[in-house]
Design a protein around this ligand. Sequence first.
Ligand code: SF4
Ligand code: SF4
Length: 421
Amino acid sequence: VEVLTARSLAEVRRALEASLDAHADLLPADRSARVVLKPNLNANMNALTGNTTDLRVIAALLGLLRDRGYADITVAEGTNSGYYRNQIGVISRLTVDKLARRFGAKVVDCNHAGPDERVKVAFDDGSGSTVTARAAAVCANADLLVNLPKLKTHFEAGMSVCLKNMMGTLVGQESKKHTHRSLAANILRLNDVVAPHLHVVDGLVAMEGLGPTRGTPVAMDLLVVGRDPFLVDLACARLARFDHRAVTTLALAEDQGRIGPGDHAYVDSLGLEERSHPFAPPKAGPIASFIHHPRRQKYFLAVRNTRFFTWLASTEWFGALLFKTGLRQDVFDKHEMRLEALHWEEELCKRCGACARFCPLGLDPVEQRRSEAEECLHCLYCYMICPNEAVRFEGDKGFLEEQMRQYDALIRRLARQEDSP
Ligand code: SF4
Ligand code: SF4
């Protein structure tokens, strides 16, 4: 397991280039091999909130793999059930499709994998029997599958890193709902079927507190790379200063004998204390904690999976109630964003360089003065990170309004955190 430091696209690229060299034996000799990147695009939240995989990581890997001659690259992910149910295009809202096109890569939404594009996974149904779920074959059968999870907390699982990120390979709500019957056990079962060759954890901007979608972003400026998801997740727990037993997948893996004293000794030897940050735990409110208690959750799931509840949850007033009580973390806003242009306001700019450092294409909005559609992804990293609000949004913010309400100040603070010694 390696912990690498990076703060810009160029630094991410340099760090990952050295890492790919170190893991060269994993790279298929055949340049027409099927290469798949599996980011975490669980919700439509900009990566700078700490929720989704940073476009800088995806862009760096797409570029490096292209430079090495790989012709068949796919970015594959299936967003969480709520966005899927509401038919919200998370991949396009996060501009991952535009980024992939730029590198000639395909994009696959795992939620929509057809009947011939699935592999079976035997899940524990919570009562000792098994139930069949399905994962996207594009991930399970890749010649090189690179897992790109986000470093973040998770109120049900403790943390969501390598092991948990495989949930996004499941096909549709029907498969995802089976996972929750015995969450940690089924995540481990899924990892036995869909087993990435390499893991690159995006800890550029991580999430602490009430993750996965209501926590606080924290600038860690790091990537964690390794082949073994148990060791990488153990290292990530150490970086967050979490007891690994608080991460349900790691606790179960240890109980099953998949993690032993030698693994802890190895992670000890990495000397991660200096790089670590004491993450606030993912403590849910009283109602969510009561309902999600392992002893009661099966009753909640039985109700949640009924057609009546699905209908009720799709109404605006009940959705708002679920969000207020913390039973739902996401806001499924169908109002699309319409960005006409981003303008640079010279008199507000302090030339701090944050916008260029965070740009996934390495563009410098200050030099460009105005983002031109043909070269800019419209990912909004420069707009959201600028501590002086010198990048102005022109258009209709749509779903982004709510994200800005929750995260505007927290994201702009990241640039200042990075500038402090
Ligand atoms: S982040 Fe804002 S203040 Fe800093 S260089 Fe960019 S536009 Fe100027
Ligand atoms: S200039 Fe701004 S909006 Fe355009 S790709 Fe770069 S960070 Fe994203």
